[in-house]
Design a protein around this ligand. Structure first.
Ligand code: TYM
Length: 333
């Protein structure tokens, strides 16, 4: 608890080209929670290093991600919005937790297996221990809840296992976090292959709607989305493409799936896809405009970064000191 409020922690990788999946699965839900909880939202730039980055672009992308959080509506005076790499406690606790994590556990992580297969030429140790750094992120802030999309479920489970293992030996050091999944949009699928999640690393750019796509591109991608040979707009297991579009529509328009199904009863796929695109544009256009505005407010953003880095470091170092002491590491004099 901080200020009598439960603590919430989440973040996104600071890699370019965030998708509508990131927005609907994560950021949009964060907005509904940020008043009620004490929130920490990290720009996960250390995690991004498991894939080679071009330094100049990386720097820009990371800053733009921080701006995106604010543009989406997270109040940087009430929420702690900061860069993971600015708080060295993350890397330090990750090392300590590495010593409490088994190779067998990490070998079972599906995201590791998928990414290792995709980047066979760069299966680095960071990719393997990625979940341990994620556990450190969460545990440093004694988070009660972690709002994420369904693809992060396994990473949350290993975080809990590591924390429970540590606590069983050293007493109550870490709060055991619970995952928090939103009502809708927790797994947005690719528009071109609805069996696969919409992902920023998808090679087929038509499969993903990027947050910075212009209205024409969004319309074109929605029109091209894979559906099926039927004609009924309904949410059914054997209609993954249409179901995914309904999910996107409902989530963007703030409606339930049932309401959306009723609205499109008897409507053809062409008209339905246009409506989906319009609902997406109505969400993304204001977000893009606000990002452009804030990108120009250099001093304002720089001041926020400084303030929030310090706040994050204060809480993170408190937990790190506690863990180090319990482990028997000698104190700094
Ligand atoms: P990342 O950057 O891959 O994704 C950020 C958030 O977006 C969600 N998401 C999706 N939700 C629904 N449908 C999709 N297609 C979709 N794609 C992505 C993810 O579930 C996530 O919530 N490991 C994390 C970053 C991270 C983190 C943390 C998260 C590092 N440390 C500590 C929470 C707590 C990641 O790669 O997310």
């Amino acid at each position: 608890m901080i200020n009598d409020k439960k603590v919430l922690y989440s973040g996104m990788q600071a890699t370019g080209n965030l998708t509508l999946g990131n927005y609907l699965g994560a950021l949009k839900n964060w907005l509904t929670l940020n008043e009620e909880y004490e929130c920490f939202w990290g720009v996960m730039d250390l995690h991004s290093l498991t894939v080679r980055q071009v330094p100049s672009e990386f720097r820009k992308n990371a800053r733009n991600l921080l701006i995106l959080y604010i543009a989406a509506g997270l109040d940087p005076k009430k929420n702690c919005i900061y860069f993971q790499s600015h708080v060295s406690a993350h890397a330090e606790l990750a090392w300590l937790l590495n010593c409490f994590t088994y190779v067998g556990e990490l070998n079972r992580m599906t995201q590791y297996k998928e990414k290792a297969a995709k980047h066979a030429d760069n299966v680095n140790a960071g990719l393997f221990t990625y979940p341990v750094l994620m556990a450190a992120d969460i545990l440093l802030y004694q988070a009660d809840y972690v709002p994420v999309g369904k693809d992060q479920k396994q990473h949350l489970e290993i975080t809990r296992d590591i924390a429970e293992r540590f606590n069983a030996i050293y007493g109550d050091v870490f709060t055991i976090p619970e995952p928090y999944f939103g009502k809708g949009g927790t797994k947005i699928m690719s528009l071109q292959n609805p069996e696969q999640k919409m992902s920023k690393s998808d090679e087929n750019v038509n499969g993903s709607i990027y947050l910075m796509d212009d209205p024409d591109t969004i319309l074109r991608k929605c029109k091209r989305a894979v559906t099926d040979s039927g004609s009924e707009v309904c949410y059914r297991e054997d209609k993954p493409g249409v179901s995914n579009l309904l999910e996107i529509y409902a989530s963007c328009a703030g409606k339930s799936i049932e309401e959306a199904e009723k609205e499109f009863a008897g409507v053809g796929y062409g008209e339905f896809k246009t409506a989906v695109a319009e609902a997406v544009i109505a969400v993304l256009k204001p977000l893009q405009d606000e990002c452009s505005r804030l990108q120009k407010e250099k001093d304002y953003i720089d001041a926020l970064i400084k303030e929030n880095d310090e706040k994050a470091a204060y809480f993170a170092n408190k937990t790190l000191r506690k863990a180090k002491k319990k482990l028997g590491l000698t104190e700094v004099r």
